[in-house]
Design a protein around this ligand. Structure first.
Ligand code: FAD
Ligand code: NAI
Length: 482
């Protein structure tokens, strides 16, 4: 019997409807569990929406703008290389933003449809987990609270941008990712704090549309998480495109003037100043844990304030799970969704397993950057002997035909067993090519398995084939180093 104060009782309540939460809810419902999903998101049209950061202000809108801006740059600057003359190419920024908003609306409405089809109760509001797996849901207008209960709870409350005290956000001039995805005009001079994934992607968008972009990055290394050879290549390409990336730059202050804004920072030469028209703060994200659980619940958090979970996303409270950005691991939508599926199946009594080593990373700059598995630095540090096979897109016919022959594929394989340990790509369609590497690693393939596979000609994928051949110094279309 449900508690008399409880409105509804479910098998599972999911708090948060981003790619972690909505996927978990759908998988739970597929497995026959009665499921509710609580989400407090309100979109800029004032309506509640599912999809979380990813669909509303993250992965999807940023890729829409990356696509538009890349097409604009391609048509205006590179058509000539294909023998096409175009004149007076103009970008309608309002139309670009409208197209992005339409994609967001369609995709988030699609999730709502999937919820309906799977009979998932969508409860718009702010959820707080109380004791006995009761969840209080405060309505979006804050006027009322309703109590629900479930046998299992999945917390999937995601993350928010880290704020900088010396660069507080303003309406339009100092913004985070959300603001920078909604500008209605191109800033003449754009400053960005943080040369991480958001800084590089959104910096690319606004540079392609005409902004002079300076990125201030505190670290001395560029993209330290990527393989060093890939980072070096990417940095050179981005420098050549005109992204002014200043490493080792620590911001100390910002001053809003009437017509511009001043950013003060220090680098190894001392105190510096930069005058810009707008500024994006993209210095990382923090887990959304504030107000998600009642204080007396006793839920454990780790030292960085993520919800503490084991490999199965179980918290210290039986029947309470946490997934996605609110727990350890990379803040990536596909990692979040995989955890959602795995937790649903675990609640259902199955024994799913996620191999986090096989989680791909992609940065959607031009050229794209993608990798899976270990970097050379990580293998060296772990004392693992490996062989490396590198193949450059410059010798790939399809890449040449596309006029996108910059970059390479690098495969790292265990010296003894030949098993693929890491694949690193910088170049055209790296985001798509990396899927082949993930399948190879998930299948525990050797580089020989890839080398013995037939790839279509001409295709970008042939570079993966050639890199696998190069591991044993037998690439056909490049000179092998023994
Ligand atoms: P979120 O998507 O943040 O969803 C959490 C949801 O929980 C939100 O809807 C929020 O409203 C809700 N919520 C929070 N607290 C409560 C509460 N108390 N009650 C009810 N609801 C609550 N990742 C990629 O893999 N690829 C990309 O290309 C990519 N691009 C990105 C671009 C940008 C600009 C940004 C900011 C992020 C990007 N990411 C990308 C990261 C990706 O968006 C996140 O990793 C992903 O959204 C995490 O999913 P999640 O479900 O854990 O959290
Ligand atoms: P990030 O962690 O990728 O990069 C933040 C950068 O800011 C780091 O290089 C850091 O050294 C720097 N930094 C921190 N404090 C600074 C300071 N005070 N001054 C100057 N630099 C400073 O974080 P970002 O770009 O905000 O993105 C957050 C997360 O969102 C990413 O880690 C990623 O997980 C996810 N994301 C994923 C995308 C993808 O998969 N393509 C795209 C965009 C975001």
């Amino acid at each position: 019997m449900p508690d008399k104060h409880v409105t509804d009782k479910y098998d599972v309540i999911v708090i948060g409807g981003g790619p972690a939460g909505y996927v978990a809810a759908i998988r739970c419902a597929q497995l026959g569990m009665t499921t509710a999903c609580i989400d407090k998101w309100i979109n800029k049209d004032g309506k509640p929406a599912l999809g979380g950061t990813c669909l509303n202000v993250g992965c999807i809108p940023s890729k829409a703008l990356l696509e538009d801006s890349e097409q604009f740059e391609h048509i205006s600057k590179h058509s000539i290389e294909h023998g096409i003359t175009v004149k007076n190419v103009k970008m309608n920024i309002a139309a670009m933003i409208e197209r992005k908003d339409k994609i967001v609306t369609e995709l988030t409405a699609g999730i709502a449809q999937l919820f309906k089809a799977n009979k998932i109760a969508w409860l718009p509001g702010k959820g707080t987990l109380l004791t006995d797996k009761k969840v209080s849901v405060e309505s979006l207008d804050g006027d009322e609270s309703t109590l629900y209960q479930a046998d299992n709870i999945i917390i999937a409350t995601g993350s928010s941008p880290v704020e900088l005290a010396c660069a507080p956000l303003t309406d339009e001039r100092i913004v985070d990712n959300e603001g920078a995805l909604n500008w209605q005009s191109v800033p003449k001079r754009l400053g960005i704090i943080g040369a991480g994934v958001i800084g590089l992607e959104l910096g690319s968008v606004w540079r392609r549309l005409g902004a002079e972009v300076v990125i201030l990055e505190a670290m001395d290394d560029f993209l330290a998480a990527a393989d060093a050879q890939v980072s070096r290549h990417a940095k050179r390409e981005l420098d050549n495109q005109g992204l002014d990336i200043r490493l080792g730059s620590r911001i100390t202050n910002t001053k809003l003037n009437v017509n511009d804004l001043l950013v003060e920072y220090t680098d190894k030469k001392g105190e510096q100043q930069l005058t810009v028209d707008r500024l994006i703060v993209s210095v990382g994200r923090k887990p959304n844990t504030y107000g998600v659980v009642s204080d007396n619940l006793g839920l454990k958090f780790d030292k960085h304030n993520y919800i503490d979970v084991n490999d199965n996303c179980e918290t210290n409270i039986q029947g309470v799970y946490a997934i996605g950005d609110v727990v350890r691991g990379p803040m990536l939508a596909h990692k979040a969704s995989e955890e959602g599926v795995a937790v649903a199946e675990r609640i259902n009594g199955q024994k799913p397993h996620i191999d986090y080593n096989n989680c791909p990373w992609v940065i959607y700059t031009h050229p794209e950057i993608a990798w899976v598995g270990k970097t050379e630095k990580q293998l060296k540090k772990a004392g693992i002997n490996y062989r490396s096979g590198v193949f450059s897109f410059v010798a790939n016919g399809r890449a040449k035909a596309m006029n996108q022959a910059s970059g390479f594929v690098k495969i790292l394989a265990d010296e003894q067993s030949n098993r693929v340990l890491g694949v690193h790509i910088v170049g055209p369609a790296a985001s798509e090519l990396i899927g082949q590497a993930v399948i190879a690693m998930e299948s525990e393939n050797t580089s020989e398995d890839i080398a013995r596979t037939i790839f279509a000609h001409p295709s970008l994928s042939e570079s993966i084939h050639e890199a696998a051949l190069a591991v044993n110094a037998r690439a056909i279309h490049s000179v092998n180093r023994k």
